[in-house]
Design a protein around this ligand. Structure first.
Ligand SMILES: *Cc1c(COP(=O)(O)O)cnc(C)c1O
Length: 424
């Protein structure tokens, strides 16, 4: 038997799965020589491997940090909330960009999200915005990740573990002022602190709450939450407890409510250029950082009344070219958008038609000439903007969110990581 075998099973049994590139190294051409050079294969860039990608404009991130900084003024900290892989934009890149343009704190949802930042050599303070499982405490201490705390069990175990390792146990205390998601009830804060204060390693670095309605037209619930928060902070101070960095504002409150900026503000959705609510559109100028692009993979004339895609809900009116794009609902181009949204080709909006498939979708180019419309000439390989701006035409994440009855957060997070993130 030849020394160089190319049958898959023997290769998998011999090789560690950690070196997939060896797979190509072992493919031997008919002449008995190495067929593919792994180094050359590795140089084929992400955007040539698949004609669908997400672009993230880091200048927009910098701009939006600047806008938030202007809102909160000097002497206050800004936390860049980079949970869920920076709302789908890429946590490490966004965190570094935000820290270089005026943010000093980072917020994440999980311990692993925080570890990813540390492994990218980011040294800024990182707060996990919820209380992680008790078993993760050694990771918090090892990676210098601050948890949010609101149960005595966690506080005690965290303090004891830190003591055993001979380190401090810094944390932020979460107060529930009315959203009723997580946190100590606003009128039980002093009692809680008294209960856990005997743990010498515990170090209260900050105290915060979260608003349920900062983006709503109605403001009464917001005012109630604010009043309860201020009372809780005052009660802590009166009891001789230093609350540390006091923070409450999310994007909506950063823009709408200067009174609740306190010592730090937590910038999430507006870091990425989205308006938390209608009212904020006339208050600040944000730049959306994300756009979605694809290249045409097929172009054809479909005769009149022939159907397109699963279910054939769409029938060709004739006089149209049907173009195919290699992205679908597995990429976050949600199926409910089928036939209801446009894409942009050569600066002109074109209707997406037929059901969006898992990995592909189709759109229609009208070949008739009327008005002063330029006639388009779609070709395989032409770039199409799925979300974003091209020329005077724009398809926004907000359009998609409105159509689906959801918030922009869910749309941007939904663009899957099967599409590479390209930073521009
Ligand atoms: C996600 C989150 C934020 C950011 O909220 P946006 O509305 O996206 O600005 C702020 N604080 C907490 C606790 C969060 O979980």
């Amino acid at each position: 038997m030849s020394e160089h075998r190319s049958d898959y099973s023997s290769m998998y049994s011999q090789r560690s799965v950690k070196q997939p590139i060896d797979f190509a190294r072992d493919v031997i051409s008919a002449s008995g020589k190495l067929a593919f050079d792994p180094e050359k294969l590795a140089t084929i860039p992400a955007r040539d491997r698949r004609w669908a990608w997400v672009e993230v404009d880091l200048a927009a991130i910098r701009h939006n940090v600047g806008v938030a900084r202007q809102c909160i003024g000097r002497g206050r900290r800004l936390m860049a909330v980079v949970k869920a892989d920076a709302y789908g934009h890429g946590a490490v890149k966004v965190a570094k960009t935000a820290l270089n343009s005026g943010a000093e704190y980072l917020g994440v949802a999980t311990v692993d999200e925080a570890i990813e930042l540390r492994e990218a050599l980011i040294n800024a303070p990182v707060l996990v915005l919820a209380e992680p499982p008790l078993a993760s405490i050694p990771l918090l201490l090892a990676y210098k990740i601050m948890p949010t705390v609101y149960t005595p069990e966690f506080a005690i175990q965290y303090g004891e573990a830190a003591d055993a390792f001979g380190v401090r146990a810094p944390y932020h205390l979460k107060i529930n002022t009315g959203m009723n998601r997580i946190g100590i009830r606003h009128d039980e804060v002093v009692e809680f602190m008294t209960q856990v204060s005997f743990h010498r390693a515990l170090d209260l670095v900050g105290t915060f709450t979260h608003f349920a309605t900062a983006d709503c037209p109605e403001t009464l619930d917001f005012q109630i939450q604010t009043k309860r928060f201020i009372e809780a902070i005052n009660a802590m101070r009166a009891a001789g407890i230093n609350p540390g960095i006091v923070h409450a504002a999310n994007s909506a409150a950063i823009i709408r409510y200067p009174d609740v900026h306190f010592d730090m503000a937590r910038l999430g959705i507006s870091l990425y250029g989205f308006y938390p609510c209608q009212e904020t559109r006339r208050m600040v100028d944000l730049h959306p950082a994300m756009s979605v692009h694809a290249r045409i993979t097929e172009v054809k004339l479909v005769p009149m009344s022939e159907g397109v895609s699963y279910g054939m809900q769409y029938r060709s009116p004739g006089s149209v070219k049907i173009c195919t794009l290699p992205l679908g609902y597995a990429d976050g181009y949600r199926r409910e958008l089928s036939g209801r949204i446009d894409v942009i080709l050569d600066g002109q909006r074109c209707r997406q038609v037929g059901n969006i498939c898992m990995d592909q979708c189709m759109f229609e180019v009208d070949m008739r000439v009327y008005g002063n419309r330029r006639r388009l000439d779609p070709q395989i390989g032409d770039e199409v903007v799925v979300v974003g701006r091209q020329g005077d035409s724009i398809v926004t994440v907000d359009d998609m969110a409105n159509m689906l009855g959801t918030v922009p957060h869910e749309i941007v997070i939904g663009f899957s990581h099967r599409m590479p993130r390209i930073y521009v």
